[in-house]
Design a protein around this ligand. Structure first.
Ligand code: ACO
Length: 342
């Protein structure tokens, strides 16, 4: 689905006004995983591009990381509060209620609209589109959009095919109402899904399907599973298609894109997507070596790190594209604005 174009000629738009992120202190290098799993640093680096990932300590929940990232994004925006808080996550603090109201309260915004967005690794792009919708519909003037995960809590510690990939973390942006065409204005968006392929990325137990079946979960069904090879192919195809669709809608060519900040799923996936779009590899920001795949946190975390490193500079054109469980995919574009550090 390609959303109606909302930019140009000074119409209302959602504009990025702040950015921030938060990582748990503990890092787990590949060698630590290789000491307990049948894997190696060389395999992980060559097949995924990952060298280490951050892992939350026992007692640290998704909301803790979300509050850290949200506070920094608010500081960067210069605004102490917003009208709505959206948290994109696969790993909410609890099945019920959503994590966003607690995050809003802990950031001193009790009373603000707050809800979660569930689209696995595409969650942040879906949340950006939802937040832009709130702004364009005049429901909110400012929205804090957070992607936050403690993905390590879903992993089977004995499964080498998933344990080596994922990490924990959070990233956030503040969106404000502004005008299309100004730096930071988001859009157009491209969003899509394929529920027929939901079994490729799933946590089988814990939801209503399994609970209502009357059959107790089998050992291990509470863990995240992924059909890696097939997911790889879908990820390349869907991110490439979605990125191309959004570029066409924006009236941009690959030459116009200064940086692709894609979902950090696997550095080989990013390379294939870049090739498919016609982007040279040096225009693809990557932080996967240091943080792994942080699911819904991946893109905002990459944005904050790219901004902090001076890789993203005001006026540069940026393409965001993501793929995740569902299956889901989504893309958008913006011109990077001048932002204060978080
Ligand atoms: N260490 C060593 N060997 C391993 C490991 C490991 N950690 N994991 C798998 N292998 C082995 C396999 O058992 C297999 O062995 P075999 O040939 O003897 O059967 C061999 O390596 C090749 O396995 P593949 O699964 O084909 O490996 P591949 O190169 O595809 O890499 C990976 C696996 C990294 C999971 C890759 O498929 C991938 O990145 N998939 C996509 C992940 C992704 O995009 N996720 C984003 C969405 S996730 C979300 O939304 C939450």
């Amino acid at each position: 689905m390609v959303a109606r174009r909302t930019d140009t000629d000074g119409r209302r738009a959602a504009v990025v006004a702040g950015v921030g992120s938060c990582l748990p202190a503990r890092t787990v290098p590949n060698e630590e995983l290789a000491a307990r799993l049948d894997t190696s640093d060389a395999w992980i680096r060559s097949r995924t591009g990952i060298a280490r990932r951050h892992v939350a300590a026992p007692g640290t929940a998704t909301s803790d990381l979300a509050v850290g990232a949200g506070a920094r994004a608010l500081k960067s925006s210069g605004e102490p509060a917003v009208d709505a808080v959206l948290v994109a996550t696969t790993t909410p603090d609890r099945p019920c209620p959503a994590t966003a109201p607690l995050v809003a309260a802990r950031l001193g915004m009790t009373g603000a609209a707050a809800h979660d967005v569930s689209a696995v690794c595409t969650g942040f792009v879906y949340a950006l589109a939802s937040a832009a919708g709130l702004i364009l519909a005049d429901v909110a003037e400012r929205v804090l959009v957070i992607g936050a995960e403690t993905f390590s809590t879903l992993l089977d510690p004995g499964d080498r095919s998933t344990s080596v990939i994922f990490g924990d973390g959070a990233g956030a942006v503040v969106l404000r109402s502004g005008t299309a065409g100004e730096p930071g204005a988001l859009g157009p968006f491209d969003l899509g899904s394929d529920g027929e392929s939901e079994a490729l990325i799933t946590v089988p137990a814990g939801g209503s399907r399994q609970r209502l079946s009357g059959v107790p979960p089998r050992p291990g069904e509470e863990f995240f599973t992924m059909s890696g090879k097939e997911v790889f192919r879908h990820a390349v195809r869907r991110m490439t298609g979605s990125a191309k669709a959004v570029l066409a809608r924006a009236g941009w060519t690959a030459e116009d894109v200064d940086h692709m900040v894609g979902h950090q799923a696997n550095s080989r996936i990013t390379q294939h997507v870049a090739e498919g779009i016609g982007l040279p590899p040096q225009r693809c920001f990557s932080n996967i070596a240091e943080v792994g795949n942080t699911a819904a946190a991946s893109i905002p975390l990459a944005l904050d790190q790219a901004h902090a490193k001076g890789v993203l500079r005001p006026g540069q054109r940026v393409l965001l594209t993501a793929f995740g469980g569902g299956l889901t995919w989504g893309s958008t574009v913006l011109t990077w604005p001048r932002l204060d550090p978080s």
